[in-house]
Design a protein around this ligand. Sequence first.
Ligand SMILES: Cc1cc2nc3c(=O)[nH]c(=O)nc-3n(C[C@H](O)[C@H](O)[C@H](O)COP(=O)(O)OP(=O)(O)OC[C@H]3O[C@@H](n4cnc5c(N)ncnc54)[C@H](O)[C@@H]3O)c2cc1C
Length: 385
Amino acid sequence: MPTDRDDYEQLRKAVRSLCARYPEEYWRKLDRDRAYPEDFVQELTEAGFLGALIPEEYGGGGLGMGEACAILEEINRSGANAAACHAQMYTMGTLLRHGSEEQKRRWLPGIAEGRLRLQAFAVTEPDAGSDTTRISTRARRVDGGYRISGKKIFISRVEHSDLMILLARTTPLEEVEKKTRGLSAFLVDLREAGDAIRVRPVDTMMNHATTELFIDDLEVPEENLIGEEGRGFHHILSGMNAERILLASESVGDAYYFVDRATRYAGERIVFDRPIGKNQGVQFPIARAYVQARAAAAVRDEAVALYDAQEPCGPEANMCKLLASEAAWEAANAALDTFGGYGFAEEYGIERKFREARLYVVAPVSNNMVLSYVGQHVLGMPRSF
Ligand SMILES: Cc1cc2nc3c(=O)[nH]c(=O)nc-3n(C[C@H](O)[C@H](O)[C@H](O)COP(=O)(O)OP(=O)(O)OC[C@H]3O[C@@H](n4cnc5c(N)ncnc54)[C@H](O)[C@@H]3O)c2cc1C
């Protein structure tokens, strides 16, 4: 099946061949046990895929956002779930663009080699929700660094990571001129956190290794502050734009996965003496989902070009995230309908991917927030909150 314009066929092939060693049964068992795909992540790391965005001078692949997107898209298109490891790529946005030279020399080679994992990004809080500027996790200056206390929710892969980027308030909201000021980004070494971070798993409808964090007097040395104190919101935006573009690629991969599977099944399943795919009631939803996936990929490519050129890419990053998550969800429903009762049977894999694909309508930013951003910042309509 043709996909969008493809500059990365060799890379895609390599990812596909690695993923082929992890078939549906592997993911089904992990899903049932709510277990982490350790072997899969290890192999992706050793192959260099998760260090793709780290510049060569720090031991990484030195590739751009386009290649990173191709990697994640292929992982999800194969039936696997890149959510287990995608953060290693988008956390790079913050560290590479705002970390000091010393921080990059200290952390990046270990991440590129696979000795260290930077798979956790801690922003969301129970009392702030989508209003990130309202977070109350507080970092207070002490001799030699900061002492941090607060609560975070839905922080994924903490139990499978050595490092975490954390957003906290360094200046209280009442004391800042703009609410986006006074927040700071820290690189937390989870191996040294001890009892200062208590981790409670949050069970979700899919296998996602997400957790709640209770942070109590966590000491973070001065040298782990990323960028400028008080400018953390701005610094993590690079990470967030990268996250939106990368996760949009996973959704594009999900959409193609469903379209591939549904197309094949529609050609094979015979009911009323003909393949079900002969019926336009079956064919059209699959075709529509395919069209939407292509459109989402095209806007994703626009976002990639801007991101790699270090141009502002907020509108494109947000729009491709919305389009891709909706394309994947449309494709998931088309596939579920095409498979009929078998779509609900675990052994076919459709229901697992159906649950996994739904997340991206809500996270890492809900599509309502995307629309509000587009309405206000792209179209110039009045702000609603
Ligand atoms: C499995 C999973 C993994 C996650 N992993 C991470 C992670 O690793 N790190 C991290 O920091 N976060 C993570 N998140 C959090 C995720 O980013 C948030 O759940 C998401 O941004 C929505 O925030 P919320 O859940 O607080 O919803 P809320 O902000 O409470 O919003 C609830 C609903 O109301 C809508 N809403 C709220 N205000 C408005 C408004 N003004 N206009 C219109 N609609 C509105 C929202 O769109 C949403 O649909 C994860 C979440 C999940 C479920």
